[in-house]
Design a protein around this ligand. Structure first.
Ligand SMILES: N[C@@H](CCC(=O)N[C@@H](CS)C(=O)NCC(=O)O)C(=O)O
Length: 216
C-alpha cells in the first residue's frame, strides 16, 4: 500500500492521478498547508515528523509501505518511482523523451505557472511588473505546449506518459490563468483527451469532495 501525503493542489493531483492510472492500492493523508487563519507558516508541512520525509516542507510525499516504508518527496521523483515500480507510463524505450518533458514541467512549467497564480490570482494589483511578467510567460508556455502537441499526440510522443500526468493538473488551472485555453487548439485537444480518462477524473478528486476538472 502506498500512502500519499498531500493537499489538493496541482502537484498533489499529479500523484493521485498516477496512482489511479496504475491501479495501486493507496491511502491519502491530508496535510493542512495553512492554519485556520490561512497562515502558511503554521501549516502541518513544518512539523518535524513531516520534515523528516520532506526536507523542503512540501507536499506531495509518498511512503511505500510494501518497500520498507521508503519515502519519496518531489512529485517528479515520485512519478518516476511509481512508473518504474508499475512499469506503466514510463516506457523504457521512451525514457529520454519522457524525462525531458517531465523535467521541463518540474523546472519551468510548474514554477512559472505557480508564480502567475501568486501575482495574477492571489495578489492581483500589487505588483504590475510581476503580474505582467508571469502573464506573458504563461502565455508563451501555452503557445509552446500547443506547438508541441501539434506535432505529437502526447508530450513525449505517441504514448501517454508521466510527462503528461505531471503537466495536466497545471493546465487544469486554466480558469485561473485567463489566457483562454480554447485559443490553443492542440493543447485543448490533448487536455480533453486526458480529462475524459476515468483514472484522471478519480485522481483529480483526491479528497473526494466532488472536485471536477474545469472545462475549457
Ligand atoms: N517541486 C515540488 C514542489 C512542491 C510544492 O511546491 N508543493 C506546495 C503545494 S503545491 C507546498 O507544499 N507548499 C507549502 C509551502 O510552500 O509551505 C514538487 O513538485 O513536488
Amino acid at each position: 500500500m502506498i500512502e500519499l501525503l498531500t493537499a489538493d493542489t496541482p502537484n498533489g493531483k499529479k500523484i493521485s492521478i498516477m496512482l489511479e492510472e496504475i491501479g495501486f492500492k493507496y491511502k491519502v493523508t491530508k496535510i493542512r498547508l495553512r492554519s485556520e487563519e490561512g497562515d502558511f507558516s503554521k501549516g502541518e508541512q513544518f512539523k518535524p515528523e513531516f520534515r523528516r520525509i520532506s526536507p523542503f516542507s512540501k507536499i506531495p510525499v509518498i511512503i511505500d509501505h510494501e518497500n520498507n516504508k521508503e519515502a519519496v518527496f518531489e512529485s517528479g521523483a515520485i512519478l518516476i518511482y511509481l512508473g518504474e515500480k508499475s512499469n506503466k507510463f514510463y516506457e523504457q524505450k521512451d525514457r529520454t523523451k519522457i524525462n525531458q518533458w517531465l523535467m521541463a514541467q518540474m523546472a519551468y512549467v510548474g514554477p512559472m505557472l505557480g508564480q502567475h497564480h501568486q501575482f495574477h490570482r492571489y495578489n492581483s494589483g500589487k505588483d504590475k511588473w510581476g503580474e505582467e511578467r508571469y502573464f506573458k510567460i504563461t502565455k508563451t508556455i501555452y503557445g509552446d505546449l500547443d506547438e508541441r502537441l501539434g506535432q505529437s499526440k502526447n508530450l513525449a510522443g505517441d504514448n501517454y506518459s508521466i510527462a503528461d500526468i505531471a503537466t495536466f493538473p497545471w493546465i487544469a488551472r486554466h480558469d485561473w490563468h485567463d489566457i483562454g485555453l480554447e485559443n490553443f487548439k492542440n493543447l485543448t485537444r490533448w487536455y480533453l483527451e486526458i480529462a475524459k480518462r476515468e483514472a484522471v477524473i478519480k485522481g483529480y478528486d483526491l479528497l473526494k469532495n466532488g472536485s471536477e476538472i474545469p472545462k475549457p
